[in-house]
Design a protein around this ligand. Structure first.
Ligand code: PMP
Length: 394
């Protein structure tokens, strides 16, 4: 008899050979400048878009909540784990999103899994953008519904698939990221909602990278596209621009009441921790009171895009196949021809004092450098990134 765990080492070996193996790196702090293994680096890999994760007001709120409620919610929200803080936070999210109600989960990933699996089942159809986040794709699988992927942001392809498949199923759910996490582009939401109405479909939009970032009041992509008040299921995270941890669903009162009864990843898990709930609540108040943070973020995103476009000639001269991907968000990506090259560039950037995300298959279809800007980056820091990129050697 062989060792039943031997396959794990073989599987890891395959990952190493393909340059797909990933490992963690311990960072000592948060903000535009970080320390990693004693080296100071400019941070272009954080989801802390508004710079709130290091804000003393969030820390003070979290500490006060721990003093009042303890470190844990101690149980499922339906049993012993519900606190007044949860309710206040859910009201604040509903108010930001202009929906009837909201529900907080322990993470955005769990919010997607639980909501999708509660909305559809084996008699139903899911149509999903091919570049959707892992949590949407795994939620779809968990639901047991028939899943069809449509081409990325291709509404003609979605329409054609609806026309040929919709009739055969009971319910239909359209799934999309609002800001695509590994590209930075936006879902064409108004067209998607028109198709949903025409073919009687529910729509679930993942606002993880848009919450606090897009829209006049920071409500997200739905607000950006002037679709506030439309009937859809909005999911998001408290862990990116809101600088905390947790996920949310916002929608009608009936939807939220249904999820409290049917979403397994909400019912059978401990309620969001008091510290995380309090930090997120404070972050929402800051998002609403300080629109200048969002404006600075927008300015920095525009500057990075423009600087990258200007410097692309230099970069591409060293690395054939480098291409800037279209973006309308603080996520800006340079597609690179293969995994070995992107690793090589990532290493050189680090030597030059830049921390950027190196993303490879199977996370994405093509290897890329993923840069994210924060509201509290300076123009000089963005220029330093571009200089480092143009000096990379082949
Ligand atoms: N959706 C998208 C689009 C994401 O990028 C992420 C996080 N990477 C999630 C959901 C999951 O959110 P959380 O980190 O709160 O689990």
């Amino acid at each position: 008899m062989g060792n039943p765990y031997d396959w794990i080492a073989r599987s890891l070996d395959t990952l190493h050979k393909a340059h797909w193996h990933r490992a963690v790196q311990a960072i000592d702090n948060t903000g535009p400048v970080i320390t990693l293994a004693g080296q100071q680096l400019l941070n272009f890999a954080s989801n802390d878009y508004l710079g709130l994760a290091g804000d003393p007001r969030l820390a003070a709120a979290a500490i006060a909540a721990v003093k009042t409620y303890g470190t844990s919610s101690t149980g499922s929200r339906l049993l012993s784990g519900h606190r007044p803080l949860h309710q206040t936070l859910e009201h604040a999210i509903a108010q930001l999103k202009q929906t009837e109600d909201a529900l907080v989960f322990s993470s955005g990933y769990l919010a997607n899994l639980g909501t999708i699996a509660a909305l559809v089942g084996s008699k139903d159809l899911i149509l999903s953008d091919q570049y959707n986040h892992s949590s949407l794709r795994n939620g779809a699988t968990l639901s047991g519904a028939t899943i069809t992927e449509y081409r990325h942001c291709d509404m003609a392809d979605l329409k054609q698939k609806l026309a040929t498949q919709r009739d055969r199923y009971r319910r239909c759910l359209l799934l999309t990221d609002s800001v695509f996490s590994m590209d930075g582009d936006l879902c064409p939401l108004p067209t998607l909602l028109a198709l949903a109405e025409q073919y009687e479909c529910m729509v679930l939009v993942d606002e993880a990278h848009a919450t606090g970032v897009l829209g006049k009041t920071g409500a997200g992509c739905v607000e950006h596209w002037h679709c506030t008040g439309r009937s859809l299921v909005q999911i998001g995270t408290l862990s990116k621009a809101l600088g905390s941890l947790g996920g949310y669903v916002a929608g009608s009162a009936a939807l939220i009441d249904y999820l409290r009864n049917r979403a397994a990843t909400w019912i059978y898990t401990t309620g969001l921790s008091p510290a995380d709930a309090a930090a997120a609540l404070t972050a929402i108040a800051i998002v609403q009171a300080e629109p200048e943070r969002r404006q600075r973020l927008q300015k920095n995103s525009d500057y990075l895009r423009q600087q990258l476009a200007d410097g692309l000639g230099h970069i591409a001269a060293q690395h054939i196949g480098v291409k800037q991907l279209p973006s309308c968000s603080p996520i800006v990506c340079l597609q690179v021809q293969d995994a070995a090259t992107v690793l090589h560039i990532g290493k050189q950037l680090k030597q030059a004092g830049i921390f950027a995300a190196v993303v490879r298959p199977p996370t994405v279809p093509t290897s890329r450098l993923r840069f994210t800007v924060m509201a509290n980056h300076t123009s000089k820091q963005i220029e330093t990134l571009i200089t480092a990129l143009t000096q990379i050697e082949g």
